[in-house]
Design a protein around this ligand. Sequence first.
Ligand code: GGG
Length: 355
Amino acid sequence: RSLSTTARKSLTVGLIPADGIGREVIPAARDAILAVQNELPPVSFVDLLAGWDTFTRTGTALPAETVKTLKQECDCALFGSVSSPSRKVAGYSSPIVALRKELDLYANIRPVRSVSADSSKPPTTDLIVVRENTECLYVKDEKLTTGEHGKEARAIRLITERASTRIGRIAFELAKARPRKLLTIIHKSNVLSVTDGLFRESVRAVPPASNGAFDEVTIEEQLVDSAVYRLFREPQIYDVMVAPNLYGDIISDAAAALVGSLGVIPSINAGDNFVMGEPVHGSAPDIAGKGIANPIASIRSAALMLRHLGYASPADKIDKAVNDTLAPGKVLTADLGGTSSTQEVTGHVMKLIQA
Ligand code: GGG
């Protein structure tokens, strides 16, 4: 599934590093795109602001100018990572959650694949988490009241047929394009029979409404708690997993543990007219500024974004260079047990792309 390349005479990429290590890894993603630019229409980049740091300096976490530029000038974007505070701060709202809504990037696609030192062996983990990106508890409709026994906090969880159907369709399309053609619907409808029940039913209703387009796809379903258990015990049973927003967020971070580090897991936020690459990891304040963050998730996010835009060959080149960097295990950042810096890993990947 990809946006069409046909009418594109140029490629303008918005760069939103945001906070923490986002500022160290988004330049690596930019370098990767530049390294394959001979296979792309003329590429340009626009630097854009968002994040907690932007909020502390300007009073807004997502400046209107950033959204306007993305909508009017950019074909796609790369977002780094954001450090939202865990407490409520007046006037602050997560810019990544807002961007996904503003641009209607309703599908968060997160492939998790292990790289084996022996390339003749199949990966032990090779799955895609497809996370609904616009609703569930992330509508952030929370309320604090005082009841008979003290404070009471409530949050609305929104699940709609429309959003569940469209994420279901994306998940079926991805599953259909893979060798195993297996889709697992993740839910907890034994407890949340109304909300998760609607999600499950809406995803299941996609094939009957698609004139046989997804007949080859096997559908399974799994309660979210047992899905996490089985993910750790037997990750090979999964192919494509589709989940409401919160479960998808948690499952994809958990799945990252199976392949060594969150630092290698890419994602795209995709809508019908725009795509934004984003490493799954957060802003990692503990290592920010030290030059040791893993750039692989961002580099892979650039490749995933290019692939979604229809540029499969440059995306393949970037992915191959990443895999050829990871497999020998010699040039790795500390999260993967190595001693290399962000720049050394980036430089190594670039060298392999250009080899
Ligand atoms: N790149 C993923 C990322 O930034 N993760 C942290 C995150 O999403 N936090 C939510 C927020 O800070 O608003």
